[in-house]
Design a protein around this ligand. Structure first.
Ligand code: ATP
Ligand code: MG
Length: 412
């Protein structure tokens, strides 16, 4: 195995071809960072002109949940490294590919097992709660409205209900009593991704009355494991609205969170020597306990704040780690915040009035360049630094409020 590390460590970067599966705003930043090392980046997504495609060397449009389409793309482009940037991928294909890779083929970041287990809520709960015995909210699964009612009553109201495969709060709801169950089932059914309603499966979680929630960015690199300062965030309807760094966390809870995060990351990457990259580990903090919520084996949306708060962003760290280069402890430059800019409608989102918005001190904007939206979507993020977190949040929110966001219908 020593050899495997050696090979990656010494490869000429120009010779490396990366296939990015998922070309949204996070993928775009990863693509930019990889391209700084002259890596050849191929961006894939289910629609054309996705954000990462604006910067990548090449792009492909396909249904990444379709095993045959995904296999065919990998065969066609023959990448050295596959970097999944979203959950909705036919992960079984990645597991197959990695098994072939043992004889010198493609590497999946951080490893196919991590991508496969975290692509739905069931795999990761089984690992964290059952195998590792770590504390999570109480939970059960349900396949029908009737079953949902039974398990919700067993756990006790209120409960949080989520499709087992979804992100950004889609299909998620809180049921306060048995009379909410029908509506929750409908919400899950209408928004579950990649599944027909007859095969809908949901997780039912105990509602955690947390004091705060944090994301711990963990970096696994060739030269060790590193933690970024905790990121605090506020979610609206299960989607992140504001994040900041550093989050003030009870020291015992933070120590617990770091230890749990390392255990989870090690378990996810236990079968490979090259399980490198950034992991976003989400926790609920209550008093001096940290309760594991979920993990992304890739940069995290709340971690966009690191584009202004740290000497190296989570995307720069991810690129460097996955290429097998050594990492140094990321440095927090000053208290900072990010605020999501959302748009609602069907058409092309346009963000303007930056000239006015950027009169706010120590602030920046990242517009993702999504070609169209259908519904409620994040289209940009504002970034601000200040002497205190409170002031940084105020600034990021001010920039957001000064921006003008429109959705142009396709006729215009
Ligand atoms: N069991 C719970 N108790 C209380 N609040 C919860 C619970 N589960 C989720 N939430 C709230 O909903 C938010 C989104 O939940 P979760 O992270 O599981 O969804 P998600 O769809 O995976 O979101 P994302 O993809 O943005 O991380 C959490 O950050 C938290 O604010
Ligand atoms: Mg989450």
């Amino acid at each position: 195995m020593q050899n495997v590390i050696g090979v990656w460590y010494n490869l000429l970067v120009e010779n490396i071809k990366v296939l990015l599966l998922g070309s949204g705003e996070l993928g775009k930043e990863v693509a930019i960072e990889l391209m700084r090392y002259n890596v050849f980046v191929i961006a894939a997504d289910r629609y054309a002109d996705a954000p990462a495609m604006h910067v990548a060397d090449k792009s492909y449009v396909l249904d990444m949940n379709d095993e045959d389409e995904l296999r065919a793309l990998v065969e066609k482009v023959s990448p050295d490294i596959i970097v999944p940037e979203i959950e909705a991928i036919a992960t079984k294909v990645l597991v197959e590919i990695e098994n072939d890779a043992k004889t010198g083929g493609v590497r999946v970041v951080p490893c196919a097992k991590a991508v496969d287990l975290t692509m739905n809520r069931e795999g990761i709960r089984n690992l964290v709660s059952k195998e590792l015995g770590l504390t999570t909210s109480e939970y059960e699964f349900a396949n029908s409205e009737e079953e949902l009612l039974l398990v919700a009553e067993k756990i006790g109201f209120p409960v949080v209900i989520k499709p087992i495969q979804s992100s950004s709060g889609k299909g998620q709801s809180v049921a306060k009593s048995s009379s909410d169950i029908g509506k929750s089932w409908e919400v899950a059914k209408s928004q579950a991704r990649g599944k027909s309603s007859s095969s809908l499966r949901v997780i039912v979680e105990e509602f955690v009355n947390f004091d705060s929630e944090i994301t711990l960015l963990v970096v696994k690199a060739v030269n060790g494991v590193f933690f970024c300062e905790p990121i605090g965030h506020i979610q609206e309807d299960g989607d992140y609205k504001v994040s900041w760094q550093p989050a003030e966390v009870n020291p015992t809870a933070l120590e617990n969170a770091r230890s749990i995060a390392k255990t989870v990351v090690d378990a996810l990457t236990s079968e490979t020597e090259t399980g490198w990259g950034v992991f976003g580990v989400e926790f609920f903090v209550k008093g001096d306990s940290a309760i594991f919520s979920e993990v992304s084996p890739r940069p995290h949306d709340t971690g966009m704040v690191t584009m202004i708060s740290q000497d190296v962003s989570e995307f720069a760290i991810h690129a460097r780690a996955i290429l097998g280069f050594p990492i140094e402890q990321p440095v927090l430059l000053s208290p900072s915040s990010s605020c999501a800019v959302n748009a609602q409608g069907f058409g092309k989102p346009v963000v303007s009035n930056a000239q006015v918005a950027l009169s706010t001190a120590n602030s920046a904007i990242r517009v993702f360049g999504k070609p169209f939206i259908n519904g409620h979507r994040r289209v940009a993020v504002t970034l601000s630094r200040a002497d205190t977190v409170v002031c940084a949040i105020e600034r990021a929110k001010q920039v957001e409020s000064l921006l003008k966001v429109e959705v142009l219908s396709f006729q215009e």
